[in-house]
Design a protein. Structure first.
Length: 115
């Protein structure tokens, strides 16, 4: 089933109230996809994020954060352009990818965190 995440390996939905628990306290590295429903480029990258969530299940946690529904977290991380991918390890932001990027580039930047 190419292009669709395996059942049970979809990205989690991020929320202001649980961001610290879901992301900053995660034992796994976390890829946060900051997006909005009205954002065309966000819709372009969404299938790539879903594929990565399935392929890296158990090694990387993937969280989708709707910036319109979670303004406190968007402001805290100064998310001015979307899509933005935030990469966390051990509770700290270690990388930030702004704009649509190919899957190979996103994977390349995640690999050192899971090696």
């Amino acid at each position: 089933m190419q292009g669709a995440p395996a059942r049970g390996h979809e990205a989690d939905r991020g929320h202001d109230a649980s961001f610290s628990e879901d992301v900053e306290r995660s034992p796994l590295p976390v890829l946060v996809d900051a997006w909005a429903a009205w954002c065309g480029p966000c819709r372009m990258i969404a299938p790539i994020i879903d594929e990565l969530a399935a392929e890296m299940a158990g090694r990387v946690r993937v969280v989708k954060l709707n910036v319109d529904e979670n303004p406190a977290t968007a402001a805290r991380f100064d998310l001015r352009s979307i899509p933005t991918l935030l990469v966390f390890k051990a509770g700290r932001e270690v990388d930030r990818i702004v704009g649509v990027q190919p899957k190979s580039e996103i994977s390349r930047r995640l690999e050192p965190l899971i090696a």
